[in-house]
Write a protein that binds this ligand. Sequence first.
Ligand SMILES: [Zn+2]
Ligand SMILES: [Zn+2]
Length: 344
Amino acid sequence: MRATTLTDVGSVEVQERDRPVPADDELLVQVGACGVCMTDFHMYHGSFAVETPLVLGHESAGTVAEVGRDVTGYETGDRVAINPTVPCNACTYCKRGETHLCENNTSIGGAADSVIDGAFAEYVRVPQTNVEEIGDMPFERAALAEPLACCLHGVGQVDCDPGDSVAIIGAGPIGLLLLQSFRNVGAAPIVVSELDEARRELAAELGADVVVDPAEADDPVTAIQEAAGGPVDVGVEAIGLVPTIEQANAVTAKGSSTLIFGVPDQDATMEISPFDVFFDEVGYRGSYSLTTEDFERAVTLLEHERIKADSLITDQISLEDLPTAFERMENGDGLKHVVIPDSE
Ligand SMILES: [Zn+2]
Ligand SMILES: [Zn+2]
């Protein structure tokens, strides 16, 4: 089979590899689509170190091509989305249902202590407990189940009741999925701050009540608060940079939390005033990855079109095009890039 393999930092090659053989409790899935994510980008550039050679790709969906001997409930031809997070189900975190924090986490192509070959390939093997049936949903849409599940996890990390105001800083694919996820729980108004005009327009189309261009505003913090009618109940940073994390915190009301959702640099540090934490009861919440439950909910929402995913998919590319996708992502060109392994 053909697989796009990371061979070293900054180097990917389409290689001819043996088709994986599923273990007794696994499925072999013929990949229909696999989204490209900033995590792949970080692995490619070495800012998230992984052992090579490794097939990247953790946002995928496809067709069951083979079933392991002990698998029940799935057969060849079933269409499924793949949850890349394989928890150990034995550690304290797993037993509490916090499978994303598992101490012995393995990821199929994604970020974890242990990473196995992912889905920028014609085939990928996965435990049967890591798939959800998707009916006749297009594979490109189903491939968004993983990033959407991460966003649903983020919404669950902060108290957000119907009528709570939300500000989202950054309207890339993740910011736009977060926007729709917060809308689904009744947040209002939702203000989105984004530099790029096309992304601002799409945010408005997908349900943002007000969009703000931070480059146009004298002070983005004031502009966001004015748009929201005051300090917001939930401030969300969906970029991963310290200045915008501080901005998200600055727009957030007393007694509320700022959600750090964008992936910050591993070495980044920032100053916090303990007095403000004490006096204003403000704080930061993180949101990392997804639980098995988040994934199941994400597939359900996509199936019933409570999330509009198709307008986020701007680039359908072949296995060869991954480096080009990374370049385009670096320049902020397009939104979601999706690899279709059989397209040449
Ligand atoms: Zn991802
Ligand atoms: Zn565990």
